[in-house]
Write a protein that binds this ligand. Structure first.
Ligand code: PLP
Length: 249
């Protein structure tokens, strides 16, 4: 009988990381299931996008092995490199960060879904890039809605709710873009429920005119239950799965 080497059963650091991700993913899936049950919604009404920003390609590979299908990134440079390096994994890449209009065309070439469309200039750039997509598929777009009350927040996170419709009209007129719904981040330091309730109302208005705009991307590590209560179809979870991110200025 052949003896296994001593190290056979020991957990390498890489395996430890995989186990940590497996555990955290299960915890988040449980939280989503519980929130769906509490809201009286079926579990499959909500899908998970794992936000991998600041974490290496190796973690994206581990997540793909653990069954993750959708990942989110918020910085163009980092997203482009990672999406290219992980092209073999068949993941869907969600771009969720603020977009410089001169980077929009480049983002449209590797992203599968752009969740942070917040102005015409960005939509125009995305349309230009989407026309050159390799598979010829239209680029799915979500309009990022600002839920900041007047005088709150930095004013950079999304279009005001009352201006969403004109942006939606522009996107829907572009054959290379496909309007799928709305995205939002709850205002910092305020209870998320009123914000998500407002987002649901905006989403409903939009859907009345654009039936394909049925996605509501809302809810992160700390407020996913509230988002699901108010109809989120997609939650974007980073730190609850990958751990704390390095602090940046
Ligand atoms: C970073 C980020 C997330 C994930 O946030 P966590 O609190 O780490 O879950 C979700 N949405 C957007 C737009 C983000 O930038």
């Amino acid at each position: 009988m052949i003896e296994e080497p001593d190290s056979w059963m020991t957990t390498t650091p890489s395996n430890a990381r995989t186990e940590q991700l497996r555990h955290n993913l299960a915890t988040v899936h449980d939280a989503i299931a519980a929130a769906c049950a509490a809201a009286g919604r079926p579990r499959d009404a909500v899908s998970l996008t794992v936000v991998t920003k600041f974490f290496p390609e190796a973690d994206v590979r581990r997540l793909a092995n653990l069954g993750v299908t959708d990942v989110g990134e918020n910085r163009h440079q980092e997203a482009q490199v990672k999406a290219q390096a992980c092209a073999d994994l068949g993941l869907r890449w969600h771009f969720i960060g603020s977009i410089q209009s001169n980077k929009a065309a480049a983002i449209a070439r590797y992203a599968d879904i752009v969740e942070s469309v917040d102005r015409l200039k960005v939509a125009r750039g995305l349309a230009r890039g989407a026309a050159q997509r390799e598979d010829g598929s239209p680029l799915k777009c979500l309009i990022q809605i600002s839920l900041d009350p007047p005088g709150h927040g930095d004013g950079r996170s999304g279009v005001a709710p009352e201006r969403a419709l004109e942006l939606a009209e522009f996107i829907s007129q572009q054959p290379v873009l496909q309007l799928r719904g709305v995205m939002a981040v709850a205002p910092l330091g305020l209870p998320p429920e009123p914000a998500f309730e407002q987002l649901a109302a905006v989403a409903q208005t939009l859907r009345g005119q654009f039936p394909e705009a049925e996605w509501i991307s809302a809810g992160m590590s700390h407020d996913l239950a509230a988002a699901i209560q108010y109809g989120a179809t997609h939650v974007r979870v980073g730190s609850a799965i990958l751990g704390p991110r390095p602090q940046i200025k």
